[in-house]
Design a protein around this ligand. Structure first.
Ligand code: FES
Ligand SMILES: [Fe+2]
Length: 349
């Protein structure tokens, strides 16, 4: 009856969902530079070619295993520091200087993308699907800043459910209204939980701000690949957007980065307004992060006694467990998919 077991992907320190993962901020990788990045247990060399495109390759040179981040970017390719073999942007060996011709070897490359000021890597053998995005901003231009980078002593899945742990909004964050979520699948890798209550008539604060809301208090969380969450919250006339981009470290710990987003506003005035709004968004994010910082350093997550208020958490666990799992470090596909029996266990509560 436990919500976590070795067969489930959720909260598993050895498995993760195939998907897009943040690698490093775009600003940290200038044209012609290469960086060593350890992502989900695997070592990569990520570089920016002369045209500006970002290329991610497995770190170790097929010749003798030198780390390619010690090498040099040349055009769209990379040259190994050690014996100067060169690989192009497809990872194909195009030069072995001592032989005067290339050898038929290659390094593995991974799809990359840049969005919200971040370089993302597609981790998986399948064709990449959609990059994480804020649902409300799918087709509009936006502005962003990177917020804080942090490490937590618990699994990314566990950290992320904080945003839909309806009960703790009252106990930890003193929110004077009851939050009730309705879930909606955006696609097979993304699920949205949106608050559907107006609630809180007994609170003077809620009565005061009531005129600002058309229907309910806007608060929704969209989860992508079980590892990145985008929060949308605020009154009708001004929505704040906070992205929690997480990835798993050794032993199921979390390394994360917050990204603050707002709609694009034109002109110098628009730009100035956005600086203020993004700063404000960061304060909103900090407020929610601050209340329960400590509990995530010590938690041993195991939802043994789910109550009604935990319904969304169970749904999220199920959503994560239904996705394609890969293995920590090797990035190999997991052969035995989660049995439907173990999913069913959650539904019985
Ligand atoms: S180890 Fe890379 S060229 Fe020899
Ligand atoms: Fe919280």
């Amino acid at each position: 009856m436990h919500s976590t077991s070795t067969t489930s992907i959720f909260n598993n320190p050895k498995l993760f969902v195939e998907g897009w993962y943040w690698a490093l901020p775009s600003k940290k990788l200038k044209i012609g530079k290469v960086k060593a990045v350890k992502l989900l247990g695997r070592n990569l060399a990520i570089y920016r070619g002369a045209s500006g495109q970002v290329i991610a390759v497995d770190a170790y040179c097929p010749h003798m295993g030198a780390h390619l981040a010690e090498g040099k970017v040349e055009g769209e390719g990379i040259r190994c520091f050690f014996h100067n073999w060169k690989y192009d942007e497809r990872g194909i060996c195009v030069e072995v200087p001592s032989l005067g011709k290339p050898l038929p070897v290659c390094i593995k490359t991974w799809s990359t993308a840049e969005k919200y000021g971040m370089i993302w890597v597609w981790v998986g053998e399948d064709k990449p699907s959609k990059l994480p995005f804020v649902p409300e901003l799918e087709n509009v231009e936006f502005d962003y800043i990177l917020g804080t980078r942090f490490v937590k002593n618990c699994h990314p899945n566990v950290l992320l459910i904080n945003a839909i742990d309806a009960h703790h909004f009252n106990t930890v964050h003193n929110l004077p209204l009851e939050i009730v979520f309705d879930s909606q699948n955006l696609n097979s890798n993304a699920i949205t939980f949106s608050n559907i209550t107006r609630g809180g008539d007994d609170s003077w604060l809620i009565r005061l701000i009531r005129p600002l809301y058309r229907n309910e208090v806007t608060y929704s969380m969209c989860y992508w690949y079980g590892n990145t969450g985008t929060v949308t919250l605020g009154p009708d006339f001004l929505h704040f957007y906070i992205i929690f981009a997480l990835r798993m470290l050794e032993d199921g710990k979390t390394e994360g980065q917050t990204i603050l987003v707002t709609r694009k506003r034109n002109g110098f005035l628009g730009w100035s307004v956005n600086r203020v709004l993004l700063w404000l968004t960061q304060q909103v994010g900090n407020y929610f992060a601050k209340g329960d910082t400590q509990v995530f350093q010590t938690i041993q997550f195991d939802l043994k006694i789910p109550i009604k208020a935990d319904q969304s958490i169970l749904q999220f666990i199920q959503h994560v467990n239904q996705q394609k799992a890969l293995t920590w470090k090797t990035w190999e596909t997991v052969d035995s998919p989660i049995s439907s029996a173990s999913l069913f266990e959650h539904e019985q509560h």
